[in-house]
Design a protein around this ligand. Structure first.
Ligand SMILES: Nc1ncnc2c1ncn2[C@@H]1O[C@H](COP(=O)(O)OP(=O)(O)O)[C@@H](O)[C@H]1O
Ligand SMILES: [Mg+2]
Length: 322
């Protein structure tokens, strides 16, 4: 029996830090293997071993990944991109059958929160504060007339990510232009305030949140948190605990929250390592360790709020040559 704890990271892209953290945690206990559909993904070359694979939506992708898992005796597999989370969850059993644990939330939770309108409906129904949203222009115009909402509003793709195609809109004319050009848009009230990114770990065995790390975003760049500061806020910890209790998330998730006039509103959830996770790790939030504990059938103890407040994170570029 091979007892090594080999890990596979799918669609690693530019997330070199994540690969480094897993390698650091594993030490001699196993290997970190990475895949990407491009040979120009720098994180590939950070891993102990890597594969350039076909695109996720191409035929044969599942078999290709399953055979990499078999060949390398992979204990756990995770992905760093949104569209692949559903894929992993959907094929969970195929991975379990070959002894590989998909480190991912349940399919229903992933699908629900991939859709920003269903996210709004779900949070609303469960009395959790969220951002007022419309899918339908006519409904929006009706509320505009009744002054239930005012310009500016925020318009973005209902299934968007990486801040692609996001717009602040101040008139009907602008709104019409966007709706003529693009399908599947969502209209939201414009949230004018502070933004927070919250990294949460939910134990795969106890299903309890074991870590909640809150950072206030100071600057965004290319859809990722570029500069941020760690904060502790009881009201936010409580909101996140309530949220976790009513959802089916597992493992690492990243929650976006707005603060407007002292109130917190949940905006969106990405059930994967967020782009700002390195801030949490560098402040002692060791998610690779929590994952390895779970893979070894160990329950993690709660470490909620176990970090220093006021720590700044500033990203900077590095270069990989091969
Ligand atoms: N309703 C809103 N009001 C103001 N700004 C918003 C609103 N929705 C999104 N944004 C801004 O756009 C960014 C991207 O939107 P988000 O919904 O998080 O989509 P993505 O999936 O692209 O991260 C957010 O981080 C925030 O800065
Ligand atoms: Mg976001």
């Amino acid at each position: 029996m091979d007892n090594s704890l080999n890990i596979l990271v799918l669609s690693c892209g530019t997330r070199n830090k994540i690969i480094q953290y897993f390698k650091r945690e594993l030490g001699e206990k196993g290997a970190v293997i990475a895949t990407d559909c491009s040979p120009l993904a720098p994180a590939l070359y950070e891993a102990d071993k890597h594969y350039v694979v076909r695109r996720m939506n191409e035929k044969g992708y599942l078999d290709e990944i399953l055979s990499i898992c078999k060949e390398n005796n992979i204990k756990g597999v995770l992905s760093l991109i949104d569209p692949e989370l559903s894929f992993l969850a959907k094929h969970k059993q195929d991975f379990l059958d070959i002894g590989t644990f998909p480190i991912v939330s349940d399919h229903d939770a992933i699908e629900l929160f991939f859709d920003k309108y269903r996210t709004f409906e779900f949070l609303n129904q469960n009395n959790l504060p969220t951002v007022k949203s419309y899918l339908n222009k006519t409904d929006f115009y009706k509320d505009l007339e009744n002054r239930k909402i005012n310009y500016p509003v925020f318009v973005k793709p209902v299934n968007g990510s990486a801040s692609i195609n996001i717009n602040k809109v101040t008139s009907n004319e602008e709104l019409e232009i966007l709706f003529n050009r693009f399908d599947n848009l969502i209209i939201q009230e414009f949230m004018d305030g502070n933004e927070y990114g919250i990294d949460v770990y939910i134990d795969f065995i106890s299903l309890e949140p074991t870590s909640i790390f809150i950072k206030k975003k100071l600057k965004m760049r290319g859809g990722e948190t570029d500069k941020s500061i760690s904060v502790k806020e009881e009201k936010l910890f409580d909101l996140i605990k309530k949220f976790v209790a009513i959802t089916n998330f597992k493992g690492i998730i990243d929650i976006d929250v707005f603060e407007v006039r002292g109130e917190y509103y949940i905006s969106e959830v990405n059930p994967r390592f967020g782009g700002g996770y390195p801030h949490a790790y560098e402040n002692g939030i060791n998610v690779p360790k929590m994952i390895f504990n779970n893979l070894n059938s160990l329950v993690n103890k709660s470490e909620i709020g176990d970090y220093q407040e006021g720590k700044l994170m500033m990203k900077y570029s590095e270069i990989k040559t091969i």
